[in-house]
Design a protein around this ligand. Structure first.
Ligand code: NAP
Length: 324
């Protein structure tokens, strides 16, 4: 069994990892580190786990764990790794953006592979450390990678994506407060969202001279999920677009192309990404739906762990979506 540790266990992605790893057939939850809850029962914080685990949060790490998941805010992962040492065999999967970009993917002797299996599966299988992608970044890259690989991102791409409130983490803020969020909608960081850097880096891996991305992120009044649409000029026919995407994702267990219109709820509580394409009047519209906490974070982190340890890619990730 793989001995796994979680750092930042009281947060949303930490909680999702606890839920996934408690039921993973090849991993055991060795410790769950928390700066704010050490000594208390995990089920006091993650109340759905009452009766499932009697584990407590701890303020000690096991330096010999086989894998640790860092579920901390941006900048805190680097600090944590500077303050705590782990054995050379310990693999690290970081969910923050500290190590995602090529220019900042090393810390001391550790270098991190960008953990999007649909782009870097071979490298992830050999990696000691993985930088898990951002949630918007996952939904948008999965919507655009086949076009970049085919050198078809030759014009501006207009992207609009809406996230649920869990995308902003567990701490309360004005825009995650129920009174603000309920029955409300807004955009933020228009054209400058931080995930653009990793999205551009991945797309330019295939097509260095591509069209510019124009990205408008929105806050939705639901708790989980990302609904992204992107459109750009496209000279081909509907069948050609469908064939291009189906071919790119033909061996992928979690990314599926639907010929029928999609919606968000069928992917919630699953590690799936659903894609749908619509060609109209020289334009291709791509819709992409994921659960921000699963394919956008903790589910993808377990997918990466499976690949790094030579396990079946979907182990522990056969989840039931909550469609109703
Ligand atoms: N939420 C998403 O949909 C999503 C998706 C993809 C990636 N991510 C990324 O994943 C990371 C975690 O996100 P999250 O949504 O789980 O955040 P979160 O709910 O805010 O949880 C972060 C946890 O980090 C710990 N923490 C807070 N401040 C800290 C500090 N100064 N030093 C050390 N630990 C600190 C706390 O846990 P303890 O008190 O238990 O230590 C806190 O609960 C972030 O980098 C985020 O950008 C999030």
């Amino acid at each position: 069994m793989i001995k796994a540790g979680i750092i930042g266990g009281s947060g949303y992605t930490g909680g999702e990892l606890i839920r996934l790893l408690l039921h993973h057939p090849s991993a055991t939850l060795d410790f769950v580190f928390s700066t704010t809850r050490a000594g208390t029962s995990i089920s006091e914080t993650h109340t759905d786990l009452l009766g499932t685990t009697t584990l407590k949060f701890t303020d000690k790490v096991n330096p010999d764990a086989d894998v640790i998941f860092l579920c901390l805010g941006h900048g805190n992962s680097t600090q944590f790794l500077q303050d705590h040492s782990f054995s050379e065999k310990t693999r690290i999967i970081d969910l923050s953006n500290d190590f995602r970009l090529g220019k900042q993917n090393t810390l001391d002797k550790r270098s991190f592979v960008y953990g999007l299996p649909e782009l870097r599966k071979e490298e992830i299988c050999k990696a000691k450390n993985v930088a898990n992608p951002g949630c918007f970044a996952t939904a948008i890259q999965l919507a655009l990678l086949p076009l970049a690989k085919a050198q078809m991102l030759n014009h501006e791409v207009h992207i609009n994506a809406t996230t649920g409130s869990t995308g902003a983490g567990v701490s309360l803020s004005n825009t995650t407060h129920y009174s603000w969020r309920e029955n409300n909608m807004s955009h933020y960081k228009a054209f400058i969202h931080q995930h653009l850097d990793e999205i551009n880096e991945s797309l330019e891996h295939f097509q260095p001279q591509k069209g510019k991305l124009r990205f408008i992120p929105n806050r939705g009044n639901f708790t989980r999920g990302i609904w992204a649409t992107a459109y750009t000029r496209f000279e081909g026919k509907q069948e050609e677009a469908d064939a291009l995407y189906k071919d790119y994702y033909k061996d992928e267990p979690f990314t599926h192309v639907s010929e029928k219109a999609i919606s968000l709820k069928p992917v919630i509580n699953s590690n799936n990404c659903h894609l749908n394409l619509l060609v109209h009047d020289g334009v291709l519209l791509i819709a992409s739906a994921i659960d921000n906490l699963l394919k956008g974070a903790s589910g993808q982190a377990v997918q990466n762990m499976n690949l790094m340890f030579g396990l079946p890619e979907g182990e522990g990730l056969h989840l039931k979506s909550s469609i109703f």
